[in-house]
Write a protein that binds this ligand. Structure first.
Ligand code: BGC
Length: 256
């Protein structure tokens, strides 16, 4: 069998589980994106059931890429900031692989979004540089690419902001914005203070803003005061799905 070019990508998030079939040569979704609410509590068993529903919706067989909102090493979740703690130590690839009967490849959700940007989006021109993808959603995810190579699981949403006495994702995520009813200028100023901090720590050539907040980039961009270029991740909220599919493609082709 030849290498499949159309691969299912799934983005497991704190509020929704989204998926779509991606053409991994062009980075385009070739189906409508399908979304199912993340079950509450989001235990491995409950999420695996929802995952299967999503795969069944597409009537899909083949390798599946999964972006997961945790530290992911060799297919296993090692943290759980915005998902049930029962995930810590659970093999994502086994749980989802068993229930669907398909080969599953898992990585951190922001790392997945970063892959999409580097391969098909704003990061394409930066393969010889340092790119930092930050996804602002339920929490903050980060994907760091050094000369085109991913440094996995950087977890920059958990950087402690000394001046504000809080970790970054409690200071400025899209969830925090909505929950507190912050107007865009307030959100923009908070984001600016966080970005200045990570910019100082990593000196990237480009910072990409993805996740739920990215579609409103023009509304908060005026408050960002950085020398470093900051751009919206142009694949928006589909980046995680696209990047997960691309990752499964890369992994499954190196195995076979
Ligand atoms: C998690 C990260 C994840 C991010 C975005 C954070 O709370 O620790 O692993 O990438 O949320 O979902």
């Amino acid at each position: 069998m030849g290498k499949a070019q159309h691969i299912l990508g799934v983005d497991v998030g704190g509020s929704g589980i989204k998926g779509g079939i991606v053409d991994v040569k062009t980075g385009e979704l070739i189906t409508e994106r399908h979304r199912i609410d993340t079950p509450k509590p989001a235990t491995p068993k409950a999420v695996a059931k929802t995952f299967k529903q999503l795969v069944d919706h597409f009537n899909y067989k083949g390798p599946i890429g999964v972006g997961f909102p945790a530290i992911v090493r060799r297919g296993t979740a090692l943290s759980a900031a915005n998902i049930s703690k029962a995930w810590v130590g659970t093999s994502i690839v086994d749980a989802f692989g068993k229930i669907t009967g398909q080969p599953v490849f898992a990585l951190n959700d922001a790392d997945a979004a970063g892959f999409a940007a580097m391969q098909f989006g704003a990061g394409k021109e930066y393969h010889d540089k340092v790119v930092l993808m930050l996804t602002l959603g339920t929490g903050i995810g980060s994907g760091l690419f050094v000369e085109g190579e991913l440094v996995p699981n950087t977890e920059l949403g958990h950087v402690y902001l000394k001046n504000h006495k809080v970790v970054a994702e409690k200071f400025v995520s899209n969830y925090q914005r909505k929950a507190n009813g912050w107007p865009w200028p307030k959100f923009g100023k908070r984001l600016n203070s966080y970005l200045q901090h990570v910019d100082m720590l990593f000196s990237p050539d480009l910072i990409l803003i993805g996740g739920g907040a990215s579609k409103n980039f023009v509304r908060f961009a005026p408050y960002l005061e950085l020398e470093t270029e900051v751009r919206p991740a142009d694949l928006g909220n589909n980046a995680g799905t696209i990047g997960a599919a691309y990752y499964a493609y890369r992994r499954s082709t190196t195995i076979s």
